[in-house]
Design a protein around this ligand. Structure first.
Ligand code: CP
Ligand code: NVA
Length: 314
């Protein structure tokens, strides 16, 4: 069974096909193919969501399928039914499942026991759907016709703030996969963890990211400056301390000015202006945050279509 739990669950060739397909879906939003015709897909949330929930619900619908939005509390998961049994039962009704949850091993357990494709809609460890949408958003600028992933090679991404969070892990993983340079700047105690190093090793990818506590160094000559919230879902108890130690990593116009003149500012959203990024940067012409948000829809439609194709070929 082919699942999408991490960036490398598609080969480079398959990822290239996903981006080309996403471009077609975007160009022809309501008249495209409907490979999910007569299929029902579950969208299971253990955490809040605006973009992931809406873009998957709309996307499954536009591909001809029926989306069921579920959450852990109102299903028997909240009363202790095992993941193994839940995955087996859901597989008897559904054709695929998107999950947003806490520990990464929850999506892995679903994938192990499900007889249908499982898509990771964010865990504490990573957020591959967001990452693919971000890469698509960059390809629209670097290679708008061919969406050629080779054009990503050697582009420098600076990631600021909580460099141990799920988005940082996804960027580290994707940068290694697509041959990009990545520099991460965050306070001591929030450096990339051994979990991402192990994930790189498991995929035979080089560990060549640069982690620093100096935001200026990271932003120097960058093609992209990326940030994420300082307090991720599940980290609320540490909110005050995180805001205190991460204050020097706010993306400001001064930091953006250290990057290349044509650099982009990116953020997975939701944004907290005045915390991880200033309002001026969010509003600047270099900010492409709402394109990233829109592209969740087109890219995830391509991911869904690709998984259905791989499932049929099986
Ligand atoms: N970026 C993102 O995943 O947003 P949501 O939490 O709103 O789904
Ligand atoms: N790091 C953030 C991403 C939200 C899309 C979180 O996990 O809350």
């Amino acid at each position: 069974m082919h699942h999408f739990l991490k960036e490398t669950d598609f080969s480079l060739e398959q990822a290239q096909q996903v981006f080309a397909l996403a471009r077609e879906f975007k160009a022809n939003r309501l008249n495209g193919p409907q490979p999910l015709n007569m299929q029902s897909w579950g969208l299971l949330f253990y955490k809040s969501s605006t973009r992931t929930r809406i873009s998957f619900e709309v996307g499954v619908n536009e591909l001809g399928g029926f989306p069921l939005v579920l959450n852990s509390q109102t299903t028997q998961i909240g009363r202790g039914e095992t993941i193994e049994d839940t995955a087996k039962v859901m597989s008897r009704y559904l054709h695929g499942l998107v999950i947003r949850t806490y520990a990464h091993d929850i999506v892995e357990a679903f994938a192990e026991h499900a007889d249908m494709p499982v898509i990771n809609g964010l865990t504490d460890f990573n957020h591959p759907c967001q990452l693919y949408s971000d890469i698509f958003t960059l390809l629209e600028r670097y290679s708008p016709e061919a969406m050629d992933i080779a054009k990503l090679r050697s582009k420098k991404v600076a990631f600021l703030g909580d460099t141990a969070c799920n988005m940082a892990n996804s960027w580290i993983h994707a940068a290694a996969m697509f041959g990009m340079e990545i520099a991460l700047a965050g306070p001591e105690g929030f450096a990339p963890t051994s979990a991402i190093d192990e994930a790189l090793q498991a995929d035979d990818l080089p560990k060549n990211y640069h982690a620093t506590t100096d935001p200026h160094k990271a932003c120097q000559n960058a093609d992209v400056i990326y940030t994420d919230v300082w307090v991720s879902m599940g980290d609320e108890a540490e909110a005050a301390e995180r805001r205190r130690v991460m204050a020097p990593y706010q993306v400001t116009p001064e930091l953006l000015a250290l990057a290349k003149p044509n650099a982009y500012f990116m953020h997975c959203l939701p944004a907290h202006a005045g915390e991880e990024v200033s309002q001026a940067v969010l509003d600047s012409p270099q900010s492409i945050i709402f394109d990233e948000a829109e592209n969740r829809l087109h890219t995830q439609k391509a991911i869904l279509a690709k998984l259905v194709e791989l499932h049929r070929e099986k």
